[in-house]
Write a protein that binds this ligand. Structure first.
Ligand SMILES: Cc1cc2nc3c(=O)[nH]c(=O)nc-3n(C[C@H](O)[C@H](O)[C@H](O)COP(=O)(O)OP(=O)(O)OC[C@H]3O[C@@H](n4cnc5c(N)ncnc54)[C@H](O)[C@@H]3O)c2cc1C
Length: 400
């Protein structure tokens, strides 16, 4: 049995961030992942300005090193295409903000490498967590290879199918607050804008979900779609077929794929949306990122909140060791802090998502966005740390 103070299950953006933020805590941290990095993660790969903002708040020169990382492409705009093909380009030019698109293979490896810079972090890779048992004063974690790790507190950062959540919490996925997503990498897609806009195409058959085309380095593109799981359950579409049909036959995009080549089979993964408040902690555990269902219900963006939850969890854990309190009552402060920082935005974006279910309203919103800066900010609030967020939720500064 290896003994630690903190065990983090999952070394994606949420778990790696928690480990990075704990680096000067003096606590012994086990960072466990079933994968070996670099590893892929099905995703749109879009890193909103909020992600860049979050990296700037991490130690170990994380923001500066991210700046030097080659495997990313900057993007200065978001393009919204409505069901009637109206197009609104919302530029980041006047905001001083920049977004990126970076394959998760590279971005997550970067975050993991930052996490293991710290002496206090021991990584356990390549073995899935099989079982988690809460004993009197410890959490015991059994890996697939039979190895055992024990800790005073466990952080569940193990994504949408979290074994930590399944083992220690009563919360279960809710299809009304969940989205199905598909991704396929392509090369030679044409027609990207000069400012490398990430494009969201709100076609009728997907509402309030969308088809996306995001530029990637090396003449590649991340292409995919997302649809609410409740809509999938009702209409029972063949999502892979739908993605293929849009690419091959949709009048608004097919010409851009005329010489394009898929680089992989279509991959699918779920998105637990943050449109409903959940219990995020209990005795000796906290849930982070997708395990805590913190994905923006409009944009499907979850990396920013995963990183934010990693930072909040690290602060909470340090306080827990100072107070020597690990029970559900003490950990409730973590839930409160997460929702204090995120609920306003999640709720606003859920509200916009509900409006976008209606084709006519969706057309109206995108048309108005062409000329109306408030509408631009409203729909952009799902995609970046725009000034709307600070106007509505904060004090003029980018949200913490
Ligand atoms: C199709 C799709 C498109 C998306 N597009 C975007 C986008 O463009 N921008 C954006 O911001 N967000 C996007 N998201 C959401 C984003 O991918 C997630 O919000 C983000 O990955 C959450 O990070 P995380 O660290 O919580 O979980 P993850 O990134 O899922 O990391 C979890 C880690 O836990 C490990 N793990 C899981 N189970 C175990 C186990 N039993 N034992 C040990 N380790 C385990 C996994 O190997 C993994 O490394 C998209 C999601 C999908 C599905």
């Amino acid at each position: 049995m290896s003994e630690f103070d903190v065990a983090i299950v999952g070394a994606g953006p949420a778990g790696s961030t928690a480990a990075i933020a704990l680096h000067e805590s003096g606590l012994r941290v086990a960072l466990i992942d079933k994968a070996v990095f670099p590893r892929d993660k099905t995703c749109g790969d879009a890193l909103s300005p909020d992600v860049v903002n979050q990296l700037g708040m991490l130690p170990l020169d994380t923001a500066q090193l991210f700046d030097q990382m080659d495997e990313k492409i900057w993007c200065k705009a978001v393009r919204f295409v409505s069901p009637d093909y109206s197009k609104a380009d919302v530029s980041l030019n006047n905001t001083g903000l920049l977004g990126y698109v970076s394959p998760r293979l590279d971005f997550d490896a970067f975050m993991f490498n930052q996490a293991i810079q710290s002496d206090c972090v021991t990584a356990f890779l390549g073995e899935s967590v099989k079982k988690i048992v809460h004993e009197e004063n410890r959490i015991n974690i059994e890996l697939e290879n039979g190895e055992n790790i024990s800790a005073s507190i466990v952080l569940g950062a193990d994504g949408a199918h979290s074994v930590v959540a399944r083992s220690l919490s009563d919360e279960r996925p809710d299809k009304n607050h969940h989205c199905a997503g598909l991704r396929q990498y392509y090369e030679n897609v044409t027609g990207f804008s000069d400012d490398n806009a990430v494009e969201l195409h709100f076609y009728n058959e997907l509402l309030p979900g969308y088809f996306w085309v995001f530029p990637l380095p090396g003449n590649r593109a991340n292409v995919g779609l997302g649809m609410l799981s409740s809509v999938v359950a009702k209409r029972k579409p063949n999502l892979k077929k739908l993605l293929k049909e849009i690419i091959e036959t949709h009048p608004n995009v097919k010409d851009r794929f005329a010489h394009a080549k898929p680089l992989e089979e279509i991959k699918g993964f779920g998105l637990p949306l943050g449109s409903k408040k959940r219990k995020l902690s209990g005795n000796r555990y906290l849930l982070l990122g997708d395990a805590a269902s913190l994905i923006n219900p409009l944009s499907g963006e979850g990396i920013g909140n995963a990183i934010r939850s990693g930072r909040v969890a690290a602060d909470h854990v340090i306080e827990a060791f100072i107070q020597q309190s690990f029970d559900a009552k003490f950990n409730k402060a973590y839930d409160n802090e997460i929702y204090r920082r995120m609920w306003g935005e999640l709720r606003l974006n859920y509200w916009v998502q509900r409006i976008m279910r209606n084709e006519r309203l969706c057309n109206f919103i995108v048309k108005r966005a062409i000329s109306n800066s408030f509408i631009q900010e409203l729909i952009m609030s799902g995609f970046s740390a725009s000034s709307l967020k600070s106007r509505i939720f904060g004090d003029g500064k980018i949200k913490q």
